[in-house]
Design a protein around this ligand. Structure first.
Ligand code: NAD
Length: 459
């Protein structure tokens, strides 16, 4: 039985030894992690298949490949990232050289969700370790096979005083949150995010909250129907629709709505066949609770495509719902499943009415050939991150920060943004000693005018 306070005490002691501050040591840990992940490649595919019938292709594309890329980036750049960064000095502190030191926070807690159980556990862990922290990871209890494998991989690579995976449910998470951490990184739902924030505030612990929400997809009348339908269907139904940045619903221009829906149906059939339940590429709903929640959302809605549900296999086929009311459940909670409501608009104020009534979303998608419409829309709405003329792909660029705003979260990561998230930026001025004018020292008599002049010139 793992004692959480004992583990944290051991990690605190190890961090205090200064060992994790050695960049070479961190690079070696990351290299060892990469090798262990590569050794377990087949086991990772198997675990995700067992957990929710995720295909090997999707596991490679959306989990394994991204984790290895993040490791490669960190291994390659860590020396550069961790060097104190020289910044321009102020003439007012002349003579000096000024720096930002990247300092690890210390002991980090990472709580991960189930929907990309490998990626969303390891991606923050990699950057927390890269930045020189120790880590306790709590993977999701809903993906038992992947979580067990994560525990195995992490325990093979890391001594437990550097990193450990502690499996468990809400009770374990609650015990973890009762401890005093130096940083908490949480990915999950808005409601649990609030619990995490409340626990963090007790110790004034900084947090990153990677949450969810209803991410809209606007399609204007100018688009190539087939390309748009294909890119939308891919982003919506990947991972069985259980993606935090999946387009939650579509608002399509009324003049192309019916044509668009026909093309969309054809594209979905091309991807998953006419019996998606038998497709090897279509994942399952994670559990009965979510299956029930999703089938409830379909009640009293106009299902115009799909809608086949099978509780035994936890399969809900890709489904299109026509024009739900803005007051409906389906338009007031994150769907997080393979159900796509399609609304239509005549004027831009119709779009506003839908989007401005929702909390700020994590993602935002616009399909249009009209640059002025695209720019206006990008400037009008607040969202975590978005894509023009495609879906999801912003997640894959390590040069873009990933995170939410408002209800969809706070903080950001991916690539160097992740390293920075897990580093305190410590400002340091190193002053020269060969020059020390008496201007700033009391007595101040007759000095104010000169100081004012200097501020005017250099301030
Ligand atoms: P969840 O909030 O139910 O669970 C996430 C984690 O929190 C799990 O490890 C769980 O054990 C733990 N947890 C549950 N109850 C807790 C409590 N009371 N106190 C402390 N910890 C608790 O989320 P989920 O169902 O695993 O994931 C789905 C949600 O996550 C969706 O809302 C989705 O949009 C969001 N999500 C966001 C991102 C992102 O990057 N922004 C990525 C994936 C998922």
């Amino acid at each position: 039985m793992i004692s959480i306070p004992n583990i944290l005490a051991a990690q605190k002691e190890y961090f205090a030894s200064q060992k994790t501050k050695e960049v070479r040591f961190r690079i070696d840990l990351l290299k060892a992690l990469k090798a262990e992940i590569q050794r377990n490649e087949e086991a990772i595919y198997d675990a995700l298949k067992k957990d929710f019938k995720k295909s090997e292709f999707e596991t490679f594309l959306s989990e394994f490949g991204l984790v290895v890329s993040e490791l490669n980036l960190a291994i390659k750049n860590l020396k550069k990232w961790s060097k104190p960064q020289r910044v321009k000095s102020s003439i007012l502190t002349f003579p000096s050289s000024d720096y930002i030191y990247k300092e690890p926070y210390g002991n980090v807690l990472i709580i991960a969700p189930w929907n990309y159980p490998f990626l969303l556990a390891l991606s923050p862990l990699i950057m927390a370790i890269a930045a020189g922290n120790t880590v306790v990871l709590k993977p999701s209890e809903l993906t038992q096979n992947t979580s067990k494998l994560l525990t195995k991989i992490i325990s093979t690579v890391f001594p437990k005083e550097i990193a450990i995976s502690i499996e468990g449910d809400t009770e374990t998470a609650t015990q973890l949150l009762a401890q005093k951490w130096d940083y908490i990184f949480f990915t999950g739902s808005v409601s649990v995010g609030k619990i995490v924030a409340k626990a963090a505030v007790k110790h004034l612990t900084p947090v990153t909250l990677e949450l969810g929400g209803k991410s809209p997809c606007i399609i204007d009348g100018s688009v190539d129907l087939k390309l748009t339908a294909r890119r939308l269907a891919w982003g919506k139904f990947l991972n069985g629709g259980q993606t935090c940045i999946a387009p939650d619903y579509v608002i399509v221009h009324s003049k192309i709505k019916s044509d668009f829906i026909e093309v969309l149906k054809a594209e979905i059939i091309k991807m998953y066949g006419s019996k998606p339940k038998t497709s090897p590429d279509f994942p399952r709903i994670i559990n009965h609770k979510n299956f029930k929640r999703l089938t409830e959302l379909l009640k009293n809605e106009s299902v115009i495509f799909g809608g086949e549900t099978d509780e035994k296999t936890l399969c809900i086929s890709p489904t299109i719902v026509d024009n739900p009311s803005l007051e409906s459940h389906i338009m007031n909670e994150e769907i997080f499943g393979p159900i796509l409501p399609v609304l239509s608009y005549h004027s831009e104020s119709d779009i506003e009415e839908v989007i401005l009534n929702q909390p700020k979303p994590l993602a935002f998608y616009i399909f249009s050939k009209h640059n002025s419409f695209v720019e206006k829309t990008l400037h009008t709405y607040s969202f975590g991150g978005g894509v023009v003329n495609d879906t999801l792909v912003h997640f894959g660029n390590q040069n873009l920060p990933f995170g939410g705003v408002g209800n969809s979260g706070m903080g950001q990561y991916h690539g160097k943004f992740g390293f920075d998230t897990f580093s305190h930026q410590k400002s340091v001025i190193k002053r020269g000693t060969w020059f020390d004018p008496s201007l700033r020292y009391p007595p101040y008599k007759n000095k104010l005018n000169l100081v004012k002049k200097l501020f005017k010139l250099f301030g």
